[in-house]
Write a new protein. Sequence first.
Length: 78
Amino acid sequence: MKPLVLTSIEDETGDRCVDIIRQPDGRFAYRECRRDPEDGHGWRYLSQAEPPMFESEAAARLAAKEAIGWMRDDGDRT
């Protein structure tokens, strides 16, 4: 089984997003991504480091909101 993106939360510009991911072992993670309109590649992870793991989807969402500035400033989109 591969990691599964459960949801992608985009910022108001559509240039950044956070993926909430269910791992094969049942834990959850988040990864921040960006896309550059002039680059046809699409979304790219901002970091290649292993993401932190959480026991629940809710915990991963909360950690992402606390760690990623635009999510704190973007109202209640999570």
